[in-house]
Design a protein around this ligand. Structure first.
Ligand SMILES: [Cu+2]
Length: 366
């Protein structure tokens, strides 16, 4: 059976933006269907990853508004080159980095990390490349995971051509806050700096570059998750995953053209790389919003509810819900399990964001 979302209707086969229509407006007017090719054409960038076919034809597709597939979201056809990108969101999902562990003379656990700030070209949808700035070549950067009370030592090497820093959320001295100057961890090109502090409080935090212009340094990709586990740990679950919500402003007009979790729009969609679960499997998601340029972001889980722990700083959930809204920098922990087998979407409950890439699917087996 042919999947309706893989058939591009002729209605959105528009090749050129109308005069006076911005590219972002054009993306919206054309639907995501035109984004890959039109984005590439408008930006004059490589089309190497585009699907085969007429160049006046969108490489991507859009679900018809009526009939079969009426309630499916738009998606893109094909995969980006994860090997060339150097990271894969399916791998990032469960990739928690405990660092290099040793014990200080005091008996305190030391966890050491090395971050490299660099310019990285990322194929974000087939045929559309984005000139990102990254920590360790990936968006988001490594998920740093420590335990409350650990000594954390992070060395930032700046291999790029702009000053960068790492600003951690959490409690620590001003001189490791990564904001004002060289002393507090703003690192010039070819420079390095070591940030060292004790991990507190336990919870779900984040880190990001904090040099000017700040919006650009974040939107280009310099962010990651920082988890501080409570000393006694959290209750055991079967599966833990991290989801970092962000966007890409591919034409640098201060507005997002794509929305996503874990670096690549549409990655976890049905027919691409859905997340497989089993009925009854206990799931914990560490959800972080770093989205620049838009006021808020959201997460909605279909056909289910989750317990929600804002900022992860309590072991008692504050809410039992199916949707949360997060400002930039807000984060929270979700816990749930599915009672019924089936295919369930998770996505921003802001339709525009979902249609421009912030969607995914849980495939739940019996
Ligand atoms: Cu920066």
């Amino acid at each position: 059976m042919t999947n309706p979302i893989e058939k591009a209707p002729a209605a959105d086969g528009v090749a050129e933006p109308a005069p006076g229509l911005s590219r972002r407006g054009f993306v919206k007017a054309a639907g995501v269907g035109g984004t890959g090719l039109l984005g590439a054409a408008a930006l004059g960038i490589s089309r190497g990853g585009l699907a085969q076919g007429s160049q006046s034809r969108p490489a991507t597709s859009y679900a018809p508004a009526h009939g079969a597939g009426a309630h499916l979201m738009p998606t893109v056809v094909g995969e980006v080159d994860h090997v060339k990108n150097g990271f894969n969101p399916s791998q990032i999902l469960g990739d928690f980095d405990g660092g290099t562990i040793s014990t200080l003379p005091s008996g305190q656990t030391l966890r050491e990390y090395s971050l490299v700030a660099q310019n990285t070209t990322i194929e974000i949808v087939p045929g559309v490349e984005f000139a990102a700035w990254t920590y360790n070549g990936r968006v988001p950067g490594p998920t740093i995971r420590v335990t409350e009370g650990d000594r954390v030592r992070i060395t930032l090497h700046n291999a790029s051509d702009h000053p960068h820093s790492v600003h951690f959320h959490g409690v620590h001295p001003g001189l490791v806050d990564g904001v004002f100057d060289i002393r507090s961890g703003v690192v010039q090109p070819n420079g390095r700096h070591t940030y060292e502090f004790d991990a507190e409080p336990f919870g779900l935090h984040l880190y990001h570059c904090h040099t000017a212009p700040l919006a650009k340094h974040i939107a280009k990709g310099l962010y990651g998750t920082f988890i501080i586990d409570p000393k006694g740990g959290r209750p055991k679950v079967d599966r833990e995953m991290v989801m970092v919500m962000s966007g890409y402003d591919v034409d640098f007009d201060g507005a997002n053209d794509f929305y996503l979790v874990n670096g690549i729009p549409f990655h976890y969609d049905h027919g691409k790389n859905p997340i497989t679960l089993r009925v009854g499997e206990k799931v914990r998601i560490y959800l972080v919003n770093v989205l620049e340029y838009d006021i808020s972001n959201s997460f909605h889980l279909h056909a289910n509810f989750f317990h929600y722990y804002p900022t992860g700083t309590s072991l008692t959930p504050s809410e039992f819900t199916d949707t949360v809204a997060l400002m930039q920098g807000q984060r929270g922990i979700l816990e749930f399990s599915f009672r019924h087998p089936g295919r369930y979407m998770f996505h921003a409950h802001k339709t525009e964001f979902a249609e421009l890439g912030w969607t995914g699917v849980f495939e739940v087996g019996a």
